[in-house]
Design a protein around this ligand. Structure first.
Ligand code: ADP
Length: 258
């Protein structure tokens, strides 16, 4: 019932107070999307109005992580984000077949993202998370141009090779004058469910080193956790599915510190 919507339906972000977090990584597979999804869901669970823009156009995974398959409602020129687990979602994945590749080149991607930002009725959000494409390429840069007030959250694993590529993200941020709000180390030391021993499968120290290089705080270290992987595969963020799991506790703590 449009008549009941208090604010006029204009696209874009209603409030200049929306905190925008662009979640970045040096390369794929380090858990950038998982971290973005869980921070958004954790903040929403604490009563904040939260949006999540899936800007990882070619490797989008947000619809799957939130277990949603339906398309956004389109009202004339305006799209309404899809609500899931308290978060307002927008993703290219809502418009294409899950197993079809998105074969766009840069300019198409830029246009689509512009529309996702300005032609989506985001409403009055406290926080908007943006799941960036991995790396420091053209797509990442043009997205940051579209989001001039965004600060970066850099995700890395503890591994030295991952830290090295993530450093490029920190340097890119410095070059374009964007603050890095913090570093999140993911896939940190795993605890054995049976013997309680800890194993540093991907080594240690990557998050702390990246934080020192970026001159930003290390916001937390999310352990490698079967509960997280299992929840993700079932289409629910672990902070909602198993809020007491080790990874969920740390992700909730990080969200609370933002
Ligand atoms: P990226 O966005 O950096 O490409 P994803 O968020 O898609 O990475 O994560 C890659 C894979 O690793 C996914 O299958 C995800 O479920 C899994 N994963 C991410 N973080 C963790 C973790 N802390 N523990 C266990 N599995 C994880």
């Amino acid at each position: 019932h449009l008549g009941r919507v208090a604010t006029p339906l204009t696209g874009g972000l209603e409030s200049g107070d929306t905190q925008i977090y662009a979640v970045a990584s040096g390369k794929g597979g380090v858990g950038k999307s998982t971290v973005a999804a869980n921070l958004a869901a954790a903040l929403a669970a604490s009563g904040k109005r939260v949006g999540l823009l899936d800007a990882d156009v070619w490797g989008y995974s947000i619809p799957h992580l939130f277990g949603v398959r339906r398309s956004p409602v389109v009202l004339g020129e305006l799209m309404l984000p899809v609500p899931a687990h308290g978060v307002s979602l927008m993703s290219i994945g809502f418009f294409v077949d899950e197993e079809q590749p998105v074969v766009w080149r840069g300019p198409m991607m830029h246009k689509a993202m512009e529309q996702f930002i300005t032609d989506t009725y985001w409403g009055d959000l406290d926080a908007l998370f943006v799941d960036l494409p991995p790396g420091t390429g053209d797509a990442t840069l043009s997205l940051l141009e579209l989001l001039p007030t965004a600060t970066l959250l850099a995700v890395t694993t503890p591994q030295e090779t991952a830290r090295m590529v993530a450093t490029r993200v920190a340097r890119m941020a410095a070059e374009i004058g964007r603050p890095v709000a913090g570093v999140i180390e993911n896939m940190s030391t795993a605890e054995c469910a049976e013997c309680r021993s800890h194993t540093a499968i991907f080594g240690t120290g990557g998050g702390a080193r990246l934080a020192a290089e970026a001159d930003a705080p290390l916001l937390g270290q999310v352990p490698l956790d079967i509960a997280l992987r299992d929840a993700a595969d079932r289409g629910t963020p672990v902070v909602v599915d198993s809020p007491r799991a080790a990874s969920a506790l740390e992700l909730r703590r990080i969200a609370g510190s933002l």
